[in-house]
Design a protein around this ligand. Structure first.
Ligand code: ADE
Length: 418
């Protein structure tokens, strides 16, 4: 197997220090390491992971390895790879990595194929690129695969549509659907890291700005809450009437996106769907609008329209492309790729701690139960979710109440009256 494809191995020392820094804030992963490094429940299993190559992911790789797995890692986005992290994984921890920051489309897929040379028993995805590459181009690998896990909403949607079409050939655990993942990672992680990406790219003052969030799922909710907390005048755009109502009762203005664009200083997409910032939105946008995407794929903003119809385009600042179009300026962040990982470092370690604990449990669950599962998309059992939450609380030094026997009996009974 090819050993690695990374940008610069000399960055490994810096990468190792940053991995250690992230590890300080991933106490649940540390607990799992202590719990399983002797018994090595993943022993003899090969895992191909296609995740953002960050210091947080590095800590997951170290946990999987210490639990006995052989791992290979490639990137789930060409702009999110931290080259020093990749170098440290290869040089300091002997983990094969296939990723560099700014990979072209061809390089990106070449890296996926290289990671698949490990001939995995388990795939770990963030966006379902491993699953789709295996099903389209490496079907020979299917016979060895016990199952896979999926990190993100977009990937889960893709996988569910494969399962519905009976195209999915192995079971996949939707890690995203664990409560200890999406309640925290999607909401607080995306909320903070999206603002972080916008600020690192622009240094724009959020207070007093008109800040539009397209999509009021868990990610959109988190972004709106943080922008609100920083003093923005927040508008939410939704297609789902219930979510729109929720946004309104959470205190935000709600309107169609073409209306919002007329007064927005910033629009951020977090919908998981295509062409949300469409030609019409650009046409109605006010001069100087900043547009960013926080969804997994770079499809939410119609970048092609900007590219094909602008009179001029320049990189005005790192991560900001200025388009002169229809007599106004439109500023696109991070080429329309997910701004929190392209212009910042993704979610903080404190939330990735729980997301990646779920990834670890998904691998362990697949080893134990994979052969009994159908080729469908599954959620981890609730007791695992509760165990992750309890472990996290313990690491935070937080104690909670327990139901008394009397209370349990009351909840279990239909006979005890009001
Ligand atoms: N997804 C969002 N933030 C991330 C991070 N810090 N590491 C890996 N995947 C992520």
């Amino acid at each position: 197997m090819t050993k690695y494809k990374i940008r610069d191995i000399s960055l490994s020392q810096k990468g190792m220090e940053r991995i250690e820094w992230a590890g300080r804030n991933m106490p649940v992963l540390k607990m799992l390491r202590n719990r399983y490094e002797k018994s090595k429940p993943l022993s003899g299993k090969r895992i191909a992971a296609c995740l953002h190559v960050t210091t947080e992911t590095a800590n997951l790789m170290l946990l999987l390895k210490s639990a006995g797995a052989e791992v290979a890692l490639c990137a789930s986005n060409p702009l999110s790879t931290q080259d020093d992290t990749a170098a440290a994984l290869v040089h300091e921890y002997d983990i094969p990595v296939f990723a560099w920051h700014g990979a072209t489309r061809d390089e990106y897929y070449d890296h996926i194929l290289s990671a698949l040379e490990i001939e995995p028993h388990i795939t770990m995805d963030d966006g379902a690129d491993l699953v789709s590459t295996i099903h389209k181009e490496r079907r020979g690998l299917l016979e060895n695969i016990i199952g896979g896990s999926e990190e993100t909403t977009t990937g889960v949607i893709r996988l569910k549509s494969m399962a519905k079409d009976k195209a999915l050939r192995y079971p996949v655990i939707a890690v995203n659907d664990s409560m200890t993942k999406h309640f925290f990672d999607n909401r607080y992680g995306t909320g903070q890291s999206t603002i972080d990406g916008i600020l690192r790219a622009t240094n724009f003052l959020i207070a007093g700005s008109v800040f539009t969030v397209a999509g009021y799922g868990w990610c959109g909710k988190g972004i709106a809450k943080r922008a609100d907390g920083m003093g923005a005048n927040v508008i939410v755009c939704e297609v789902d009437p219930v979510k729109a109502l929720e946004a309104r009762m959470d205190g935000f203005r709600v309107m169609p996106i073409t209306d919002a664009a007329k007064e927005s200083d910033i629009i951020v997409t977090a919908t998981g769907d295509i062409n949300v910032v469409s030609e019409d939105v650009v046409k109605s946008a006010k001069d100087g609008i900043i547009i960013a995407n926080s969804g997994h794929f770079n499809v939410e903003i119609n970048v092609e329209y900007l590219e094909n119809h602008c009179n001029n385009k320049r990189l005005i600042r790192n991560q900001i492309t200025e388009y002169t179009i229809l007599g106004k300026k439109v500023f696109l962040l991070a080429e329309g790729r997910l701004v929190n990982l392209s212009a910042a470092e993704g979610h903080p370690a404190m939330v990735m701690d729980m997301s990646f604990a779920n990834q670890f449990y998904a691998a362990k669950y697949l080893m134990e139960k994979g052969n009994t599962l159908n080729n469908d998309v599954y959620v981890l059992p609730e007791d695992i979710d509760m165990a992750v939450a309890s472990d996290k609380l313990e690491t935070l030094g937080i104690k909670i109440d327990r139901l008394t026997d009397e209370q349990k009996k009351y909840l279990d009974s239909w006979e005890i009256g009001t």
